[in-house]
Design a protein around this ligand. Structure first.
Ligand SMILES: *Cc1c(COP(=O)(O)O)cnc(C)c1O
Length: 367
């Protein structure tokens, strides 16, 4: 007889939804008996150029020391990154992806019954963590496909602890204007922490002065090595905030939450400016190509400033499934309440062309 664990579990655990990640290449290859080498994954906003070659080389060398625990204080990466950002090392905290920093913020600041304000089409992880931490998630409807900061300000109550703004947002690819953000940050009540999730900020050509906000206001920035430098598999991200906040986050993390390989790889990637420039250029060109093709196909899309774009294909689940059979993985958007839509990551030029070809023949009902 199997043991039923359900009766032993914390009640709220059953309410936590499962995060539906982009399908891994190997899984799709097994399921549809496809050659993994030929599968095109445009499902998780990864960097289609691959990781920075300089990061790969630095990590290869570091592998010989893997019998050692990592530096729990992340000394060298912290020093280099602080210098690049114009902050002190005490303004930074590192995590197993920036997703871990989100969790650390809940650990440090959110108690059961507290309120957390999010946009209704913002990155879903914020909402999921509210369930885990038994907080009340106050969902504010998006306006024109982006965060409605005025409405979010109105939603703040005396019980509000955190307000999340993903800028640019995933999955919509939209941003808030620098003026609106400035207004929001300046009138933030003193009992509220504004979390600016900037996973895609490096793709903006006029980013907000957010590091300045983190230094002088109750604002925490979340950044990641998963997108712009192409190290999603390594799991490393960071937070920027005033030292009094960082100090609290440091208390609630595990001692070795960032691996030694990740520290070395991230540090080398920071210096690889050429790889970052190539990534931005490829993304811009790919975005132009895809949106031109969507127009030609008469498909509605949400103009995006990130490295992915949402397009209305009328039946997102079906198109997702059909493209997958052809070896192209995208993301259906039902989980975000947009079942007609898919989200597609900008790939390399030949990947984008293959996606458009497959999409066109699907929409024309060709086998
Ligand atoms: C991809 C992404 C992240 C980063 O996640 P990591 O844990 O750093 O890989 C954070 N926020 C948003 C909105 C994202 O899309």
């Amino acid at each position: 007889m199997t043991t039923p664990y359900l009766s032993l579990a914390n009640r709220f655990v059953c309410d936590i939804p499962r995060y539906e990640a982009g399908r891994p290449v190997e899984e799709v290859a097994r399921r549809y008996r496809l050659d993994p080498q030929r599968i095109i994954k445009l499902a998780s906003n990864e960097n289609a150029l691959g990781p920075s070659p300089r990061a790969v080389e630095a990590m290869r060398v570091a592998l010989k020391e893997m019998h050692r625990y990592p530096d729990g204080g992340v000394f060298y990466l912290r020093r280099d990154l602080a210098k690049q950002l114009g902050v002190t090392p005490e303004h930074l905290v590192f995590g197993c992806g920036s997703n871990e920093i989100i969790e650390l913020l809940f650990h440090a600041f959110v108690a059961p019954g507290d309120e957390v304000v999010v946009g209704d089409r913002a990155f879903v992880i914020y909402k999921f963590l509210c369930t885990t931490f038994q907080a009340r998630c106050v969902e504010v409807p998006f306006r024109e496909q982006t965060h409605d900061l005025r409405a979010m300000r109105t939603a703040i109550s005396p019980r509000t602890k955190l307000v999340f703004i993903a800028n640019p947002n995933n999955p919509t690819g939209t941003r808030v204007s620098n003026e609106e953000l400035d207004w929001f940050v300046r009138q933030l009540p003193s009992h509220v922490i504004c979390v600016l999730d900037e996973a895609y900020v490096e793709f903006l050509d006029d980013p907000p002065p957010s590091v300045g906000y983190a230094l002088s206001h109750r604002v925490v920035l979340l950044r990641t090595f998963s997108k712009i430098v192409g190290l999603a598999g390594l799991r490393i991200g960071y937070g920027i905030a005033q030292p009094s906040c960082i100090e609290l986050l440091e208390r609630v993390r595990q001692p070795f939450n960032v691996s030694a390989v990740a520290q070395v790889g991230a540090r080398a990637a920071l210096r690889d400016r050429a790889h970052i420039r190539r990534t931005v250029a490829m993304t811009r060109a790919g975005m132009r190509f895809l949106t031109d093709e969507f127009r030609r196909l008469g498909l509605e899309f949400i103009p995006s400033v990130a490295n992915f774009v949402m397009v209305n294909v009328h039946d997102g689940d079906r198109v997702f499934e059909r493209l997958q059979r052809r070896g192209i993985i995208v993301r259906p958007m039902r989980a975000y309440g947009m079942p007609q839509w898919i989200r597609v990551t900008i790939g390399r030029p030949q990947e984008n062309r293959a996606f458009v070809r497959a999409l066109r023949s699907e929409l024309n009902g060709e086998a």
